[in-house]
Design a protein around this ligand. Structure first.
Ligand SMILES: [Zn+2]
Ligand SMILES: [Zn+2]
Length: 240
């Protein structure tokens, strides 16, 4: 049995709301300092920085899982974890086609910075990333699975952009096995207190949703895996 301490919800400075210190090496080093074994990068509606962070992590012992925080047409945030970089980039291109053609206004929303693995700026993403895609929740769940990934509704305990806040409940026929709780949530208590909102029995993850380095999780949330530990085996476990 391998115990993996994780944080699967971290934004880089590519998210307009992400701090500009959220560079590949800063994130990797903070995760290592905090004693984490595995992280995922989950920018809003893009995987634009996953390759740079993966390369930064590859030189360390930190395991990296490509990811995205996608906003559905219902304005529900969903963490999508993907099995490898090429798949993540194909998924990202698909999602980009489902974003409205609105240019980012950096002075209002913040910059959307692309990095290379040495933390050098490689450009800025032109389209506004913090907005709803045209992909509805059911379509997204199928899409993420078709790409070999796993969809996990994000921060279900929050009062905005969550499946519970926006739909009122988790539908029984939605093909998900887990939801994500935010950093300070008490998942068991929340699910007991809101039993009517959960039409099916679900497992859960808890991640930081860090937009600042100081908010990246410590060694607090873990998964126990049988067999090898890599992005693919983590996703396989989370799909079950
Ligand atoms: Zn969110
Ligand atoms: Zn987030």
């Amino acid at each position: 049995m391998n115990r993996v301490f994780y944080d699967f919800h971290i934004h880089t400075a590519l998210s307009p709301c992400g701090d500009e210190d959220m560079t590949p090496n800063n994130i990797v080093n903070m995760a290592l300092l905090n004693g984490l074994d595995a992280i995922a990068i989950t920018d809003h509606n893009t995987c634009g920085n996953v390759r740079a962070v993966a390369e930064a992590a590859a030189e360390t012992g930190l395991m990296f899982v490509p990811g995205m925080e996608l906003e559905t047409s219902e304005e529900v945030h969903v963490i999508c974890l993907l099995p490898d970089l090429d798949t993540a980039e194909r998924f990202s291109a698909h999602v980009d086609n489902c974003l409205p053609n609105i240019k980012n206004k950096p002075e209002i929303f913040g910059r959307q910075i692309l990095f290379n693995s040495r933390d050098e700026e490689a450009g800025e993403h032109g389209k506004l990333l913090i907005t709803a895609t045209s992909i509805d929740l059911y379509t997204l769940v199928k899409l993420a699975r078709d790409y070999g990934g796993v969809p996990i509704p994000a921060h279900v305990d929050r009062s905005s952009y969550s499946i519970i806040s926006n739909l009122g409940f988790v539908p029984w026929d939605l093909d998900i096995q887990r939801v994500e709780f935010s950093k300070y949530a008490e998942p068991e208590k929340y699910m007991a207190d809101h039993a009517g909102a959960f039409q099916k029995k679900l497992k859960y993850l808890r991640s930081s949703d860090a937009h600042y380095l100081k908010d990246i999780a410590e060694r607090e949330n873990f998964l126990d895996l049988e067999g090898p530990v890599n992005a693919r085996s983590i996703i396989m476990m989370l799909r079950e």
